[in-house]
Design a protein around this ligand. Structure first.
Ligand code: EPS
Length: 384
């Protein structure tokens, strides 16, 4: 089973990930991981911390001559802003951050909670996702994350190949698919910054090249939609996850929601094995399994909880009213959020791929991928 853990505090020495169960035989490149880490640091609305850090991954374990060998892989990104032991405690918990609940739960100073609750931890999740993408690439599976809404401003939908959409996104300061429509969003972020406020938004991830049968209908905790939802909602500040039509499906009739099934023999050699769907309202998942259509998932991020013009709170020492403490923060991190969700989704898909096709080596996975597509391509046909 492919899985990972992360460790590290925001202002501690490093952010670390330990990846276990990664198949042997993949030549790993660090440059694409660093490229994702750079993208995570960017986007309009970030704070001063990102001018201090230059995130770069080091792979400490699990490779021989650059190839995976089935051993646990340790990824480390060293922090530059290392001053954990010098930082003072906070006394007035910030509404929306983990300060109050964490202090109560662990009978702890707020500092001990916020350093680990910090979204800096997503450095590790992006690094493992970018590693997982190198495995997905072998099987022609590609993920793209982008911003579809910032605060109340929603970008229009965009059509095109994943490559064309990627170019548009990479030209946008907000990582949206409409770089020509970023200006009013930038103005809104500037306004929030001036007013000591913050903004959230919605990101969407689209994954193409997904085969039939990742996940399973057979048990609740093997359903891939459930696994994706857990992985995504656990990202700092996520408050909602939708797959395909999501909440909109609840407002429509069945005939306006479910995706008809057609057969096109010219596509029999692709992952859909010829079974085409004129719509993809299911977002690529039916009964907890992939249906060989693109996976489409959206995540709603609440605004950053640290406010320069703070909300009401209470001093933990005196129990008297005192505005929430302020720590340097971002105004809007939604562009970075799109990088995080893209990579978190990629890791979950790699995990499901290893489950389906066997995980000891990439070569064995490839052989089983080919065999599965041969067998499923003949499913139900009379024997020759
Ligand atoms: C965060 C507070 C800020 C953000 C941080 C998340 O950190 P600092 O207090 O050092 O300015 O910049 O995000 C990152 C450091 C990052 O790399 O994404 C928080 O409290 O969650």
């Amino acid at each position: 089973m492919l899985r990972y853990w992360t460790a590290g505090e925001s202002h501690g020495k490093a952010i670390v990930a330990l990846v276990e169960g990664f198949p042997a035989g993949l030549q790993v490149r660090t440059e694409p991981i660093d490229a994702e880490l750079r993208r995570r640091q960017g986007g309009y609305g970030r704070g001063a911390r990102q001018r201090i850090e230059t995130d770069h991954v080091e792979i400490l374990t699990g490779l021989w001559r650059g190839r995976t060998i089935g051993s646990p892989i340790t990824l480390v990104v060293y922090n530059k802003d290392v001053r954990l032991d010098q930082l003072e405690d906070l006394h007035s918990p910030r509404p929306g951050h983990g300060d109050l609940s964490g202090a109560m739960k662990y009978l702890s100073p707020i500092r001990g909670i916020l350093e680990r609750a910090s979204a800096r931890e997503t450095v590790a999740r992006v690094a493992v996702g970018a590693l997982a993408k190198q495995l997905l690439e072998v099987f022609g599976i590609q993920a793209l994350g982008y911003v579809v809404q910032v605060g109340p401003i929603r970008y229009p939908e965009a059509q095109g190949t994943l490559e064309a959409l990627r170019q548009r996104r990479d030209a946008s300061l907000l990582y949206s698919l409409h770089p020509d429509q970023d200006a009013p969003v930038q103005e809104l972020i500037d306004q929030c910054r001036r007013e000591g406020d913050s903004l959230g938004g919605v990101v969407e991830v689209r994954v193409e090249g997904v085969p039939f049968g990742l996940g399973s209908h057979a048990q609740w905790d093997r359903k891939l939609d459930g696994q994706l939802a857990q992985a995504v909602i656990s990202i700092q500040a996520v408050k909602g996850v939708e797959i395909g039509l999501g909440f909109e499906a609840a407002r429509r009739r069945g005939s306006q929601v479910h995706d008809p099934i057609h057969y096109d023999p010219s596509l029999a050699d692709t992952v859909c094995l010829g079974f085409v769907r004129p719509t993809n309202n299911a977002g690529g998942l039916e009964a907890g399994m992939t249906n060989a259509q693109p996976i489409v998932l959206r995540a709603a991020f609440k605004p950053i909880s640290t406010l320069a013009r703070p909300l009401a709170s209470v001093n933990l020492q005196t129990r008297q009213p005192q505005p929430a403490s302020y720590e340097r923060s971002d105004v809007c991190a939604i562009a970075a959020a799109s990088v995080i969700v893209e990579n978190v989704v990629a890791f979950e898909l790699a995990r499901a791929l290893v489950d389906k096709f066997g995980g000891d080596s990439v070569a064995e996975m490839q052989a089983r991928w080919t065999l599965f597509h041969q067998m499923a391509g003949q499913l139900g046909r009379p024997a020759p």
